[in-house]
Design a protein around this ligand. Structure first.
Ligand code: SF4
Length: 431
């Protein structure tokens, strides 16, 4: 059977999708890169914005024209009825039961079943399947859709940010035991991968009542070899502490940090129910800049959050400019169902919200150009992603997408090389 796994949203979803794809591959099925020729499509959805949901609906409708589609993920958890209504060729599988999907390939291969694919996934969804109960059962060690590996160490979130629906879908924070994290990292290393992306819904909430993410990294960095790199998927500012910052000094920690800043103005930070203030943000970003040489700083920003006046917007804009964020994911605020800000009375008019988004997107483009330009002439490490028309391309530790020249004939996807950045989109392997 040909299976296509389509993923929307965060790196936790990416990691979970890889584990599902691996379980099908292990049962002899072929994993496809697109829905063309697929016998079954699995869609792993996201609910972070209304746009993410819109995109999911559009793709599900398209896929369902040619193959049965099983839909899971955060959106499927919060609004199953809407998804079920898209097509008769769609089966919804709730997020909270997602680990059971690791047993779907086995269920479908069971010779006692005499069902077509749609009947089979419908049957599977009807009843609980034992053996897979934890959201940490997703432990892929082979990756179909990525040249780097993903290791999920945390799920859920104990915060209650006023705009966010993800913690509602995912539930409270939970962390994978550190010994198991180390074991899984060593398994991945054994398979020859050179980079592990540590993922979680709120990564800095990892063991936040104990030694936290910093304590875990300390243990991991001692356990793995010199050729392994770690990338952190996204760091909520609140639990970034000195122990964590200390671990980031290790050269094996990639100089790439994605901070969901949302707003840098105290009035707005408080309004969205976050528990830190702008001085903590300042501290964290300044330290990250000291720890690594010109790291790639990315962020998420929401414009037009309730309470954001001109002054607050300007505080955020100048904060982003001052710290030279190399990439901003800018989202105009739209209230999400069941969140604290759903019916906020201090909403910002849409035209102002959108103007602010445009200002920040332009700023992001400008700062990104400047960031890339100042990397030329520097050395970096690159992991090969693939080959296009005989030319290798890859991603550097600080997240530049480059064509790579001078790789040996024996090179393959996932290999790690030291390079010199020779132009804004080209790197050359060093001797
Ligand atoms: S920290 Fe806030 S925005 Fe992030 S997942 Fe938790 S509740 Fe949502």
């Amino acid at each position: 059977m040909n299976v296509f796994v389509y993923t929307l949203g965060c790196r936790v979803n990416q990691c979970e999708s890889e584990a599902i794809a691996q379980s099908f591959a292990e049962h002899g099925h072929t994993i496809l890169d697109s829905h063309d020729n697929a016998d079954l499509v699995i869609v792993n959805t996201c609910t972070v914005t209304s746009k993410a949901e819109q995109k999911a609906r559009r793709e599900i409708r398209l896929f369902a024209k040619t193959a049965p589609v099983l839909v899971t993920g955060c959106y499927a958890q919060v609004n199953p009825k809407e998804i079920e209504g898209l097509s008769d060729n769609v089966v919804v599988f709730p997020l909270m039961r997602k680990p059971e999907l690791l047993g779907l390939a086995g269920f479908m291969g069971d010779s006692s079943q005499d069902l077509d694919i749609l009947e089979s996934i419908t049957e599977f969804a009807k009843e609980r399947h034992r053996g897979y109960g934890s959201l940490f059962d997703f432990a892929p060690s082979e990756f179909s859709y990525h040249s780097r590996s993903y290791l999920k160490i945390q799920d859920g979130c104990d915060n209650n940010c006023g705009f966010c629906r993800v913690h509602i879908a995912r539930g409270p924070s939970d962390s994978l035991d550190s010994d198991i994290v180390v074991k899984r990292a060593l398994d991945i290393q054994e398979k020859g991968y050179h980079e592990i992306v540590l993922t979680g819904v709120n990564l800095t909430m990892y063991d936040h009542r104990g030694r936290g993410l910093g304590g875990l990294l300390e243990k991991l960095l001692k356990a793995v070899g010199p050729d392994m790199r770690f990338r952190l998927s996204s760091l909520e500012p609140d639990h970034i502490d000195d122990l964590l910052l200390e671990q980031l000094k290790d050269p094996r920690m990639q100089p790439y940090f994605h901070i969901p800043v949302q707003s840098a103005a105290d009035k707005v930070i408080k309004r969205i129910n976050r528990t830190y203030d702008s001085s903590h943000l300042e501290y964290v970003i300044t330290r990250l800049r000291q720890i690594k040489d010109d790291p790639f700083l990315a962020c998420d920003i929401i414009t037009g959050l309730p309470g954001e006046g001109d002054e607050e917007f300007e505080i955020t804009r100048s904060f982003l400019e001052r710290h030279g964020f190399a990439l901003m994911h800018v989202f105009p605020f739209s209230p999400r169902p069941d969140t604290a800000l759903e019916n906020a009375r201090d909403r910002v008019p849409e035209n102002i919200r959108d103007e602010r988004a445009l200002i920040l997107r332009n700023l992001s483009a400008e700062l990104n150009k400047a960031y890339v330009a100042r990397q030329v002439g520097k050395t970096a490490e690159v992991i090969l992603e693939g080959r296009r028309m005989g030319k290798w391309h890859g991603i550097t530790g600080n997240y530049l997408k480059v064509d790579v020249t001078g790789a040996p004939d024996t090179a393959s996807v996932g290999d790690l090389f030291k390079v010199v950045i020779v132009s804004e989109n080209r790197a050359e392997v060093m001797e």
